[in-house]
Design a protein around this ligand. Structure first.
Ligand code: IMP
Ligand code: MG
Length: 369
């Protein structure tokens, strides 16, 4: 995902796919024109990348020139088109092929036709890499269309959003769902994960999804997924990842308006981390970070023994059990630390100190996501 100015864009059409389409279009045009030497006219600025790639793929001699028009402001086409650079050569009797990066409403194309009306060209052919049929309001024939796309704003491969994005070799589509901040929260027992998650969900309007709670809820309410999960548990088997993911998906869907999610207790394996990535991708979003509270073992032991005195939790009363749980945590999360580090998404946060100080440290990390 990329951010240009205030908007987010997701990968839409890859460099390879564009190259294939451009090659195909060039071959089609060459095939139709036979031995005639065409004049390709690129419409600047957007078409500069297409024209460059197109003429390189054009298998026969050709001429190239440009005109420059301007019609777009922000992400909306405007009626008011300015002719910034007109034609500078005589094109009478020639076959002219307009090369457009994109034809949207057709307003620019209208202007192109007006420019060529008095040029006495032999024929005027229109080739566009992208076309938004739903937005098109004119009747001009489009002789060559590379890819038809939905009526959503795109950037890259010459196309810009307020000046940015033209340089990108692939094409990205605007994200219509709001931007979410999603992270996986980790911490050894006693790190204060629950306490901090409570502050963070309030501050950022996030939904805290604790896999344990989701499981208990589904089983208690005998949902289809809960019963399915229980059938495995009753046999003493591990609940398959897909069942857990389906439960999480239901949770994410139930709260589609949330500004993001704090995942707690999931993922625990590489496979689960990948499944979670896929789930978020299918929601036009992503996991932004793994945030791990880092606290020294001695401090954890001390905190848990202290908690054991009042909570009565048996597993908080015995030092060797506590140490074992901490050790287990590190063994299990090491794989995930590697998984998210590889994507530059691992953030360790010092979990030693006053609760508010730790919250501040966490916020510093989250604010940068
Ligand atoms: P039209 O005049 O509405 O057909 O729009 C044509 C011009 O608007 C193109 O040459 C682009 O400069 C711009 N444009 C249209 N759609 C997009 C888009 O999705 N992203 C970026 N620019 C666009
Ligand atoms: Mg253009």
């Amino acid at each position: 995902m990329i951010k240009l100015h205030d908007k987010y864009f997701k990968p839409f059409i890859s460099e390879e796919e564009i190259a294939d389409v451009v090659t195909r279009m060039a071959a089609e045009v060459a095939n139709d024109l036979g031995d005639e030497i065409p004049v390709f006219v690129g419409v600047l600025n957007g078409s500069f990348m297409l024209v460059s790639d197109f003429v390189k793929k054009y298998p026969k001699p050709c001429e190239v020139t440009f005109i420059k028009l301007a019609s777009y402001e922000g992400v909306k086409s405007t009626e008011d088109i300015q002719r910034l650079i007109g034609l500078t050569q005589d094109l009478s009797g020639r076959t002219v092929v307009i090369l457009e990066d994109i034809i949207d409403t057709g307003q620019t194309l209208h202007e192109v036709h007006r420019i060529f009306k008095n040029e006495n060209v032999k024929q005027l052919l229109i080739a566009t890499l992208f076309h938004k049929p739903e937005a098109y309001k004119k009747d001009f024939k489009l002789h060559y269309v590379g890819i038809e796309i939905p009526d959503k704003f795109i950037v890259g491969y010459g196309l810009d959003y307020d000046g940015l994005g033209r340089d990108l070799p692939a094409v990205y589509q605007i994200k219509t769902t709001q931007h979410m901040t999603n992270f996986v929260l980790f911490g050894p027992p006693g790190a204060g994960k629950g306490t901090q998650a409570n502050f963070l969900k309030e501050k950022y309007n996030l939904l805290h999804i604790s896999t344990g709670d989701v499981f208990r809820f589904n089983i208690k309410n005998e949902t289809a997924l809960g019963l399915l999960a229980k059938s495995f548990m009753d046999k003493g088997e591990l609940v398959p990842d897909q069942v857990t993911i389906d439960m999480l998906e239901a949770e994410v869907e139930k709260n589609a308006g949330a500004k993001g999610f704090i995942f707690d207790g999931f993922p625990r394996t590489n496979t689960q981390a990948k499944a979670l990535d896929q789930l978020m991708q299918s929601k036009d979003s992503q996991i932004n970070a793994m945030i791990a509270l880092e606290v020294e073992d001695e401090v954890l032991v001390e905190r848990l023994l202290e908690r054991g005195k009042s909570s009565g939790r048996a597993d908080d009363a015995d030092e060797s059990i506590i140490r074992n749980r901490i050790k287990e945590y590190y063994t299990k999360t090491a794989i995930l630390k590697d998984y998210y580090s590889a994507q530059d998404k691992y953030f360790g946060v010092d979990g030693f100190g006053d609760i508010e100080v730790i919250t501040k440290r966490l916020c510093n990390t989250i604010d940068k996501l």
